[in-house]
Design a protein around this ligand. Structure first.
Ligand SMILES: [Zn+2]
Length: 293
């Protein structure tokens, strides 16, 4: 009882000085919680069950942005379709592009799949390269370091706490990665097909063979002709797994699976996209369970 009271008392004291952080996606919120600990209050904008490229701009999201002292975004143009109007609506100078309270984590990531042809006529929604780098668990540490740097800049009084939290996170995450990489190594060279170019970072990291995408081009829905192409491709290459995300239509993948005898695996793209992915560890563990067992 005493312990609970002390915890409650400490919580109420720290409430006073919390840095108000808004992140675009849930995985970023998890990293902020890790390094910010009791010194931050975190709000996430995107519901992880929906398409990360097109978040519905609700007034409640503008309210969150209006109060924010730090905005952490994925970048790589993943938010280009929905965040700019929200920022205009919020009119919060503290978090505008280039200000002290703005951080784009793609700056510390080596982006893959940069299109050689800059024309967007092909329906390419990712001209800067593939922004779905959250799928590689190795990217969490550089992002955590960057966020820590920003928190220290904004709230130098708690520098020691932030740096200590970062060290604990690095220790914990490094040991998680050691175990995770060892498990995933057993699935190297597995052939897969995915719906959107959503899982490329994961597939590259763990040396899966991506045989094709159900979408003919990023952001373009597959026709029945495209589906038949994928079926033939999968038969020719003996592909037995289709990676389906939570937000695209699921009929095409199921049709292709029925025709090829492959299995459709629903893979989360963010923390909270599917059940039992409420933390970073659980998020990656579910992916391992569904692709490597
Ligand atoms: Zn995308």
């Amino acid at each position: 009882m005493k312990k609970i009271l002390i915890v409650m008392l400490l919580t109420s004291i720290s409430l006073v000085a919390k840095v108000n952080v808004v992140t675009t996606y849930a995985y970023l919120g998890e990293i902020v919680k890790e390094v910010g600990g009791s010194h931050v209050k975190v709000n996430v904008l995107a519901n992880p069950k929906f398409d990360p490229h097109f978040i519905v701009p609700k007034p409640s999201l503008i309210t969150k942005l209006r109060k924010a002292e730090l905005l952490v975004l994925n970048g790589g143009q993943l938010e280009i379709g929905w965040l700019p109007p929200l920022l205009r609506g919020a009119q919060n100078r503290a978090i505008n592009v280039g200000s002290k309270g703005f951080v784009d984590v793609s700056g510390v990531i080596h982006m893959i799949d940069k299109p050689t042809n800059v024309s967007r006529s092909g329906g390419d929604v990712h001209p800067d390269g593939n922004p779905h780098f959250a799928l590689d668990p190795h990217n969490m540490i550089p992002i955590a370091k960057l966020i820590t740097k920003k928190l220290v800049m904004l709230d130098s009084a708690n520098q020691t706490a932030y740096e200590k939290n970062l060290q604990s996170f690095i220790t914990k995450w490094s040991s998680f990665l050691d175990q995770y990489d060892a498990k995933m190594a057993t699935c190297k060279d597995t052939k897969v097909v995915q719906y959107h170019e959503l899982f490329n970072y994961f597939l590259k990291r763990y040396e899966f063979t991506l045989v094709g995408n159900i979408e003919p081009l990023p952001g373009i829905s597959p026709s029945s002709k495209d589906a038949l192409k994928t079926i033939n491709l999968m038969k020719d290459n003996n592909v037995k797994i289709i990676l389906q995300d939570v937000y695209h239509e699921k009929k095409t993948a199921q049709f292709i699976a029925d025709e090829t005898g492959a299995k459709v695996q629903l893979i989360p793209h963010d923390v909270g996209s599917v059940e039992d992915t409420d933390t970073l560890e659980h998020f990656y563990n579910i992916i391992e369970e569904r692709l490597c067992r």
